[in-house]
Design a protein around this ligand. Structure first.
Ligand code: ZN
Length: 107
């Protein structure tokens, strides 16, 4: 999976690791590290010191995972799929699912 194909807001499926099988929305793409952050995936517990706004405690925050551990999710196929790009008649580039040939919508 090439990084350029995944964008913020995409629905992806986790293919490896402790969150394998989970689907979620891409929150952040970190191109220089080939990593992405997915909503509710790879949650890391962090101890937060009390401050004026909160009393502190343990907070959970998403950690980045390597791009190769996630695949773009096609809701029609209900699976992580390979994607192809296609140029429409008006010159607009879209991504399509290589299985069902449906355009994959960006969230
Ligand atoms: Zn599909």
């Amino acid at each position: 999976m090439s990084l350029s194909k995944l964008k913020k807001g995409d629905m992806v499926k986790v293919l490896a690791g402790k969150d394998k099988g989970k689907t979620g929305k891409v929150l952040t793409v970190i191109p220089e590290k080939n990593k992405i952050v997915i909503e509710k995936v790879n949650l890391i517990k962090k101890h937060k010191r009390p401050d004026q706004k909160s009393k502190g405690g343990i907070v959970e925050k998403e950690g980045a995972i390597h791009i190769s551990k996630a695949g773009l999710f096609c809701s029609k196929c209900n699976a992580a799929v390979r994607i192809k790009s296609k140029t429409l008649d008006d010159g607009k580039k879209v991504r399509i699912c290589s299985k069902c040939n449906d355009v994959i919508n960006v969230g």
